[in-house]
Design a protein around this ligand. Structure first.
Ligand SMILES: *Cc1c(COP(=O)(O)O)cnc(C)c1O
Length: 381
């Protein structure tokens, strides 16, 4: 090395060692990580083509099929957060010029619109006020008017706390010869999902909400119908990193290098999915509902009002109306400062109007509800 180069001391004072505060994460995600998942993260790394790792990948695929209730061969984890898996459904599902009809009833519907338009879709929107869901008839009318190639819906709209009912939507999409794309980011592992029975063709999720895992490896799946469209594309997928025609060569029998999988994140996801399977979907869904109902009852007893009608209220994410004259942000800050407790603020149309309380995965437990209600009582006076 030339003597004219010298090392600059950019860190004049070294920061202290990491000293992470023990937060209870009861917001819209991330949620706290199950201890067994944390341990899995710290296991020794192996290579991304190591036979042991390939087996872990196969196990992730199998466990994901159970968790989603699908037989889709193309079921895998995308290296990235939920938004990467979201983008993967659009990058692989949309061909330029396709009409994509998006049901927008909150923040994440708008994100789908943005992403779909970046892949050259002719995007049409069905709109609903923030806090409501689409009826089957409204969706049928939308399909009749727009005749889309894809209908995209958010199953669990984290910005509003609404669960979009999906029974019957897949059949409608078949009648209108279009694919059904569904965001299950805040429903997977907490809310009943029957992907195949509902006729969903493209779906994605994340690791840090209902699965109780850190963010970074995100479930993705495509039905045989959607794969057929992918195989017959006239243009290549416009995103190299998320191109399923390449990724399936790594996840499938060929085992061709594509990118270095985030090894330890995949251990973590595998452990989180293993925990889902050990508990069983029926028990897990019931636990989420029981915990949420305890919260709803407690809020009501305090005179607080849930923003969403109970019929389509999400057990994983509750929006609570901020009472008149109360500073939503100040309350959240006090909960954080005095109780190490995180809850979320309203987004978009609901900014300043609601708090968002998440009870997801490992965090969906009675003691967390009791603690939150008590802390809220103290802070609200
Ligand atoms: C959190 C969330 C996403 C985005 O996931 P990230 O992991 O934050 O990238 C997408 N859709 C919904 C409904 C979400 O709640």
């Amino acid at each position: 090395m030339s003597a004219s180069f010298s090392i600059q001391d950019h860190n004049r004072t070294l920061p202290p060692q990491l000293d992470v505060p023990p937060r209870l994460l009861l917001g819209p995600g991330p949620s706290n990580v199950h201890p067994r998942v944390l341990s899995a993260l710290s296991l020794p790394a192996v290579g991304h083509l190591d036979p042991y790792f390939l087996q872990v990948m196969d196990e992730i695929q199998g466990l994901l099929r159970y968790t989603w209730q699908t037989d889709n061969p193309l079921t895998l984890a995308v290296s990235g957060t939920g938004s990467a898996a979201m983008e993967a459904t659009l990058a692989n599902g949309v061909e330029p010029g396709d009409v994509v009809l998006v049901g927008v009833m909150g923040y994440f519907g708008h994100r789908l619109v943005d992403m779909a338009s970046r892949y050259g879709a002719d995007v049409r929107k069905l709109m609903k006020p923030w806090g409501e869901a689409f009826s089957l008839e409204e969706l049928r009318e939308g399909l009749e008017t727009h005749r889309p190639a894809i209908l995209a819906l958010v199953h669990a709209e984290t910005s509003t706390g609404v669960r979009q009912p999906l029974e019957g939507v897949g059949q409608l999409c078949r009648d209108y010869n279009c694919l059904l794309l569904v965001d299950t980011v805040t429903s997977l592992g907490g809310v009943p999902i029957f992907l195949d029975q509902w006729g969903v063709d493209l779906a994605y999720s994340c690791s840090q909400k209902g699965l109780g895992c850190p963010p970074g490896a995100s479930p993705f799946t495509m039905s045989p119908r959607a794969v057929e469209k992918l195989e017959n594309r006239s243009t290549p997928v416009k995103n190299w990193y998320l191109d399923m025609t390449l990724l399936t060569k790594y996840w499938g029998e060929q085992r061709v290098y594509h990118h270095t999988a985030p090894i330890n994140m995949y251990y973590a996801l595998r452990e989180a999915l293993q925990l889902v399977a050990e508990e069983g979907l029926k028990n897990r869904w019931q636990r989420h509902l029981d915990t949420a109902q305890l919260l709803w009852k407690g809020l009501e007893e305090m005179g607080l009002v849930c923003h969403v009608k109970e019929d389509y209220r999400l057990p994983t994410l509750t929006t609570v109306r901020v009472p008149e004259g109360v500073d939503a942000k100040a309350v959240a800050q006090t909960l954080m400062k005095e109780y190490n407790l995180e809850i979320g603020l309203g987004l978009g149309e609901l900014a300043g109007k609601v708090w968002r309380v998440g009870l997801m995965g490992y965090n969906s437990r009675r003691e967390n509800v009791v603690l939150l209600l008590e802390a809220l009582k103290q802070v609200l006076g």
